[in-house]
Design a binder for this molecule. Structure first.
Ligand code: NAD
Length: 261
C-alpha cells in the first residue's frame, strides 16, 4: 500500500470522478476525507467503504465549497480527524448551460466559486503543511474545457482555463518543496454532471436526447465513447506515486483525442 499514512482530501468525492479517485487512493491505504453533497446516510456508508478499503480512518464532510468559511472548516475537520492532507484532489465542479447573454449572473458566481475559487482556498490552506512535510500532491480535475471551448458554457470554460493557469502558477511556487501540482483534463465522462446537462443542452440547441449524446457530446471525442471514472482515478493515483515526482505544472488530457483535433 503506497499511500499508507497519507491523508487525502478529495472534494466532490460522493459521486462520479471524485468517488472513483477516493476509492483508488483508499485502496492504496490513504486516509480519505470524503466530501460532497447527496444523501447523508449513503455518504456515511461510502465513508465506511473508504475505511474498509484503506484499513484506516476515513471522515466525511458536506461543506459547501461556494463558501470560503465552509472550506476553512472542511480543512480543519480533515486535519483534526485524520491529519493534515498531503494529497489534495480539487475535484468538485458544477455546470450550467446557457448562452452568455442570458446566463444568470448568480449562476456565473456559483460556477466561479465552486470550480475556481474553491481550488484557491483549499490550496492556500493545505500548502503550508505539505511544505513542512516536504511532500505533497495537488491534483485538480480541470477539463478538456480548460484547453478548448464549447458554446453555451462560457463560465465553465473560463473557470476551467483558470484552474489550468492556477495549477501552473502553484506548481512553480512549490517546485522545490517536494510538492507536485497538476491537472487532469477529462473529456466527457459518464457521470451525473454530464447526464444533468443533457436537458439544458436539448433546450439551448433544440435537439433530442440522442442528438445531444451523439452529435454534441461524443461528436467531440474521436474514440466515440465516454471516459470512465476509473480511468481518471488511475491517472490520479499515478500522480501520487514516487515515480511521478517530476510531473508538475502539467495539464494531462484524458479526452479520447478531443483536444488533439
Ligand atoms: P458529479 O456531479 O458526479 O460530482 C460532483 C461532486 O461535486 C459531487 O460529489 C457533488 O456533491 C460535489 N459538489 C458539487 N457542488 C458542490 C459544492 N458547492 N460544495 C461541495 N461539493 C459540491 O460530477 P463529475 O462529472 O464527477 O465531475 C467532477 C469534476 O470533473 C468536476 O470538476 C467536473 O467539472 C470535472 N469534469 C467532468 C467531466 C464529465 O464529463 N463528467 C468532464 C471534464 C471535467
Amino acid at each position: 500500500m503506497i499511500l499508507k499514512d497519507k491523508v487525502a482530501l478529495v472534494t466532490g468525492s460522493t459521486s462520479g470522478i471524485g468517488l472513483a479517485v477516493a476509492r483508488a487512493l483508499a485502496s492504496e491505504g490513504a486516509r480519505i476525507m470524503l466530501h460532497g453533497f447527496g444523501d447523508r446516510d449513503a455518504n456515511l456508508a461510502l465513508k465506511e467503504e473508504m475505511a474498509a478499503l484503506s484499513g484506516d480512518l476515513a471522515s466525511y464532510s458536506d461543506a459547501d465549497l461556494s463558501s470560503p468559511d465552509a472550506i476553512d472548516a472542511l480543512v480543519a475537520q480533515c486535519t483534526d480527524e485524520l491529519g493534515s492532507p498531503s494529497i489534495l484532489v480539487n475535484n468538485a465542479g458544477v455546470q450550467h448551460v446557457a448562452p452568455v447573454e442570458s446566463f444568470p449572473t448568480d449562476k456565473w458566481d456559483w460556477i466561479m466559486a465552486v470550480n475556481l475559487s474553491a481550488v484557491f482556498h483549499t490550496t492556500r490552506l493545505c500548502l503550508p503543511s505539505m511544505r513542512q512535510r516536504g511532500w505533497g500532491r495537488i491534483i485538480n480535475t480541470a477539463s478538456a474545457h480548460s484547453i478548448v471551448a464549447s458554446p453555451n458554457k462560457a463560465p465553465y470554460v473560463a473557470a476551467k482555463h483558470g484552474v489550468a493557469g492556477f495549477t501552473k502558477a502553484v506548481a512553480l511556487e512549490a517546485a522545490r518543496d517536494g510538492i507536485t501540482v497538476n491537472c487532469i483534463s477529462p473529456g466527457y465522462v459518464w457521470t451525473p454532471l454530464v447526464e444533468n446537462q443533457i436537458p439544458d443542452t436539448m433546450k439551448a440547441r433544440g435537439l433530442t436526447r440522442e442528438q445531444v449524446m451523439n452529435d454534441v457530446l461524443l461528436a467531440a471525442q474521436p474514440t466515440k465513447r465516454f471516459v470512465e471514472p476509473v480511468e481518471v482515478a488511475a491517472l490520479a493515483l499515478f500522480l501520487c506515486r514516487p515515480e511521478s515526482g517530476s510531473i508538475t505544472g502539467a495539464n494531462l488530457s484524458m479526452d479520447g483525442g478531443w483536444t488533439a483535433q
